[in-house]
Design a protein around this ligand. Sequence first.
Ligand code: NDP
Length: 480
Amino acid sequence: MQKILNYINGALVEPVSGNYLENYNPAEGKPYSLVPDSDAQDVQHATEAAQRAFGAWSAMPVEKRSAILQKIADLIDRDLEKLALAESTDQGKPVKLAKAVDIPRASANMRFFATAAIHFSSEAHITGQEAINYTTRTPVGVAGCISPWNLPLYLFTWKIAPALAAGCTVVAKPSELTPMTAFLFSKLCLEAGLPPGVLNIVHGLGQKAGQAIIEHPDITAISFTGGTVTGKKIAATAAPMFKKLSLELGGKNPNIIFADCDFENAVSTSIHSSFSNQGEICLCGSRIFVERAIYNRFVEEFVSRTKKLVVGDPQDEQTKVGALVSEAHLKKVLGYIDLAKQEGGTIHTGGKQLKLNGRCADGYFMEPTIITGLSHSCRTNQEEIFGPVVTIMPFDTEEEVLEYANSTTYGLAATIWTENLKRAHRVAANIKSGIIWVNCWLFRDLRTPFGGMKQSGVGREGGFEALKFFTEAKNVCVKL
Ligand code: NDP
């Protein structure tokens, strides 16, 4: 079976303990490779390598640093097909989706931050006739970057690209459920000539390798994307150590559809925002609120189109919904279907595991699921499910839907469908979410801040803000 290796000090190495975990292909329900079960010893080696590399990397002319990162982006583009297949095999998503979204966005992350760093500027303030204040920004040192399993290479690069571009060196850990693209990425770094120790990738469990990164005293900034419960644990460790902390966490995003919307666009985009990547995108709209005047029409059309979505082999071109990432996650999502039924919900379509034939006979597939008849305050509508499951609820007034939309502890993203410009701005202003899409979904401009409010995260990053996160500001005040 293929062995994934750690990437430490510019070499692909076995974990010190020699222990490995099985890496599953969720579409087949069986292991297909081995991933290092790294521990604190591996993190120690990675951190020492990152510390040694920091001086030269942070002092390297930014144009040269940028050229290496852009070269990595070029290599990602070159290997699009191979990376998309690997991402799908690890995660269960359709290869077609990985090819269209995950991998191109991974190279876009590298390219964006590589070029943004060249144009990064710091501020100066003239204080009357008395003084000049100028601010310098220097990289924080060794950064720890931890990413989840849902968009493996996309979110891995979203963490490491700004850190590397800002001049930090990095110890990173991808999710142990989806390590393959990060492994292939380490090979691309070698090919692109990234100096040894600048990026170190330690594979393994969150509780072990991840926790060792968070606890390491020489890792001074932590950039984490994952669940809110894990985020709390990480904050509890890192905050008393006074580490810089960026947390991008869970969501329970509202998708608000007013009667005056472009109906066709609202329905077709809502299919994507509900079920893309098996609903395993933190930005998916899992609570759909529809104005009563079009509620029945929307439910009918939405259910009918959802029934036509092809759930199948991720390698099949026709497949729209692939496998869930793991058996444990499938069980968790199915557990929420049981909860929804107990809470009085009506399942319009889906709600069950799906058994396929052939190579996918043991895979973790389930039907896209639509539930109505629930109150906005029940657990099904308050907790993150993170699967192909949406609820639909009617509303009568703008005030009412704002109350529903804002009623969870999360505040990551929201979508609004209306042709009324004033209403669009008014509702956007009153929803407590870090990202609001009006008449679209998942559209991204990397210059904008990204991240959630409330328990969806802290330290919103985006564009130059992400570069700033990995630097420390110093102000120099010169008396005139
Ligand atoms: P987890 O929080 O379970 O894991 C995220 C990462 O943290 C994994 O690499 C995990 O390793 C690691 N980890 C777990 N425990 C610790 C620990 N104690 N110390 C350090 N690292 C640890 O999230 P999932 O992987 O399940 O991802 C899904 C979640 O991510 C959802 O809640 C989703 O909303 C959120 N998310 C948020 C996004 C955002 O931008 N706001 C974007 C995408 C997802 P391991 O896998 O080995 O346990």
